[in-house]
Write a protein that binds this ligand. Structure first.
Ligand code: APR
Length: 258
């Protein structure tokens, strides 16, 4: 292994509490598109203000619901990748807190304990009026892939809340919305208690989430970045592994196991 990988493996071996901060790149090798990287980046194809903001929801709830119903349906087609599994294995020997910006459930399905879903979760669908959790069926608009930028065929009326009859909405945090307090507080606790941070698969440009690693860096905690490309957090990283989650994380685990 490269000396960076060896050094990072040694740092992981001697750490007591590791906070892993993940973004969309963590799930890329499971087949879930990222937002701003690669040629299938979602915000390169669609307008986030239309699909991931309160205004977009209020302007066209059928389009927004159809889009999330498609993404909720996609969860049935994807599985955790070797990177998710390596993080879950690491937690057998260390305290590993996962703080994720992702709304998929792949960390949990790999066996990780996710201490914080900063941007909510596709599995937390709720009523947009009384906030009651919705665990009814989520019909998937007929569409294997979203061709080009044709979203019209995704339109679907959201289910109605059994309790109050309100429209059901995705359990994710939209641009302009506050992050859930409990998720934020446990993320802050994790970054304030750890002695090593792994930053995996995030462009590091969406705040307040992107500001969390700085809390640990401010305490002199080493920040390791795993990302094939530079990111806005590369400047904070003490070591960068320019590789993907599904190849770098298992490699680190193998080097640690010697
Ligand atoms: N392994 C590791 N990193 C990868 C991989 C991979 N296989 N593929 C891509 N990446 C990196 C990209 O280089 C990029 O830096 O993952 C990052 C993905 O960045 P974004 O698409 O911006 O995703 P993210 O940082 O999670 O976005 C943050 O923005 O739209 C909002 O709420 C949404 O949580 C999301 C937030």
């Amino acid at each position: 292994p490269s000396d960076t990988v060896q050094q990072v493996a040694d740092m992981i071996s001697s750490a007591d509490r590791i906070t892993v901060f993940t973004g969309a790149g963590m799930s890329a090798e499971s087949g879930i598109a990222t937002f701003r990287s690669g040629d299938d980046g979602l915000w390169g194809r669609f307008d986030p203000m239309m699909l991931a903001s309160v205004d977009g929801w209020e302007a066209d709830p059928h389009l927004v619901w159809g889009w999330y119903a498609w993404r909720i349906g996609q969860l049935r087609d994807v599985v955790p990748n070797a990177g998710h599994r390596a993080l879950a294995d690491l937690a057998q020997h260390k305290v590993v807190d996962v703080v994720t910006q992702n709304v998929d459930d792949l960390h949990e399905r790999a066996g990780s304990t996710v201490v914080s879903h900063l941007h909510g979760s596709l599995t937390a669908t709720r009523c947009s009026v009384c906030r009651a959790p919705y665990d009814g069926p989520v019909a998937r608009p007929y569409h294997e892939q979203i061709d080009g930028d044709d979203l019209d065929s995704l339109r679907l009326a959201p289910p109605t809340c059994a309790r109050c009859g309100g429209d059901v909405r995705p359990g994710v945090v939209w641009f302009g919305e506050m992050l859930p307090e409990r998720e934020w507080a446990s993320a802050v606790d994790s970054f304030d208690a750890c002695d090593l941070v792994l930053v995996v698969g995030t462009s590091g440009i969406v705040y307040p989430a992107a500001g969390l690693p700085d809390r640990a860096a401010g305490r002199g905690v080493p920040i390791i970045e795993v990302n094939p490309d530079e990111s806005a957090l590369s400047g904070l990283a003490t070591h960068s592994i320019r590789s993907t989650a599904a190849s770098a994380l298992p490699l680190l685990a193998r080097v640690i196991d010697g």
